[in-house]
Design a protein around this ligand. Structure first.
Ligand SMILES: [Zn+2]
Length: 445
């Protein structure tokens, strides 16, 4: 971003003054306003300092100061309520001009779609709109500049970037999160891993010392440094001695993960209603990531977990009970397909919208861990029913309902073999795509 802004702006930054404009304060925008003199003006001013007897700037310097255009920069940090037209009107840009800017920019980025927490940078010259900069992706910036009296020209600046493939492997000593970071995975990759195997592995309460993982991920490099994990192309996980594998495959119905036999990893029920991703994001405000405990004192499972831990519906279905139920306290029961039902007890609170008859998706938050009803401490009581009988949730034979189609079997096998080789470390993984070569040749390298 910084590299793309005009060099003059960077050089004169020390001249800037922050100005609070009271008139703008009524608008819910966070903005930094930076005024600066043109480089010519500031060098003239410095030169006059050499003439000791001149108490005031020389006439020439004064003229240069007066002639120098008044340039201002506004950085708007956007909330989800801000719109492009609103910002333009704050800066007194006529509506027709704002429309021209949007029209010029449209082929690159539609300014109607400004995103929350991004920055719209606007430059004015003598109070007229001069330039707009908007970094709309990790690597792309839209530039709209005045081109003549009432025309605007849009261009796109792109940082040198490339997508590399990288294998991250580790063994668990303390927690998946800690050891994942130690192995070089970023939080995004760790969450993705826990999502991929969420139907097979209970990441919130069944990760053991000695479990191991391997991830083949796309990693976005910007300016030669790894910045962001992209898609996970393949993964392996050994949990309690059992090995699970996942291969990313784009079939007719979109991209998804499959096992070595080409069966989808998605199933009717998640392995656990307490999910690693939810717990991690819920507790990230605190200093610790709780490692939950699981007990099986009766027909259900008890998960000892802090009050307020979000509980997910293990499968999609319809709520058949949501409310107080004797010793269960706040209680939710959901009926899924394949004749399965799941039940959740002792909730501190039932989530909004979860009432009898409501539809829920797999993974939707239905409530929060608590200690209501007959309970000795905060925990989730979880039951799975098959037809009318209670069954051991841990014994469910997960059956996949989807598989790679016959037509695509061969293509899947080729991708699977390649990913498996990379995961095993037999092949060096390299750059897959990006604009680095383009950027290098543009510089004449
Ligand atoms: Zn229980």
């Amino acid at each position: 971003m910084e590299k793309n802004s005009a060099p003059g702006v960077q050089k004169t930054r020390k001249d800037h003054r922050h100005i609070i404009i009271a008139a703008l304060s009524g608008v819910a925008l966070f903005l930094t306003v930076v005024f600066f003199l043109s480089p010519e003006a500031s060098s003239n001013k410095n030169n006059t300092g050499a003439i000791i007897k001149a108490a005031t700037p020389s006439a020439a310097a004064e003229a240069a100061l007066n002639d120098a255009p008044r340039v201002a920069r506004y950085d708007f940090r956007l909330s989800d309520k801000n719109t492009f037209y609103q910002i333009m009107s704050v800066l007194n840009v006529p509506g027709t001009e704002a429309e021209e800017v949007r029209e010029a920019a449209r082929q690159i980025y539609d300014l109607k779609r400004l995103r929350k927490d991004t920055v719209l940078r606007v430059f004015t010259k003598d109070d007229l709109l001069d330039k707009i900069e908007y970094k709309y992706s990790d690597v792309e910036t839209l530039l709209v500049e005045r081109d003549g009296e009432d025309a605007f020209k849009a261009t796109k600046a792109e940082l040198p970037h490339e997508m590399m493939e990288s294998v991250i492997s580790g063994t668990i000593e303390n927690s998946l999160y800690e050891d994942g970071i130690k192995a070089g995975a970023d939080p995004q990759a760790i969450m993705a891993l826990s999502d991929i195997f969420a139907w097979d592995v209970d990441f919130a309460s069944d990760i053991r010392k000695g479990d191991s993982f391997s991830i083949l991920a796309e990693v976005l490099y910007i300016d030669g440094a790894p910045r962001k994990t992209g898609r996970i192309l393949g993964a392996e996980m050994v949990n309690d001695g059992k090995k699970y594998t996942a291969y990313y495959f784009e079939g007719a119905d979109g991209g998804s993960y499959y096992d070595a036999e080409g069966k989808s990893l998605r199933r009717t029920l998640l392995k656990s209603p307490l999910r690693f991703r939810r717990i991690t994001s819920h507790f990230s405000k605190g200093r610790f990531h709780p490692i939950l405990k699981r007990y099986r004192p009766h027909h259900g499972i008890d998960y000892a977990a802090p009050t307020g831990t979000p509980i997910e519906s293990a499968g999609s279905g319809r709520v058949v009970y949501a409310g107080w139920k004797g010793g269960y306290g706040n209680f939710v029961m959901i009926k899924h397909n394949n004749n399965y039902s799941t039940a959740y007890g002792h909730l501190s609170r039932i989530a909004k919208g979860v009432r009898t008859g409501a539809k829920v998706d797999q993974g939707a938050v239905i409530g929060y861990v608590g200690s209501t009803g007959i309970s000795t401490g905060p925990h989730l009581h979880y039951e799975v029913h098959l037809g009318k009988s209670l069954i051991n949730p841990l014994s469910i034979k997960a059956v996949s309902d989807r598989a790679v189609s016959k037509k695509e079997k061969q293509r899947f096998a080729a991708i699977k073999d390649e990913v498996a080789r990379k995961l095993s470390g037999d092949v060096t993984v390299t750059a897959s795509k990006g604009n680095v070569e383009k950027a290098a040749s543009a510089k004449g390298l």
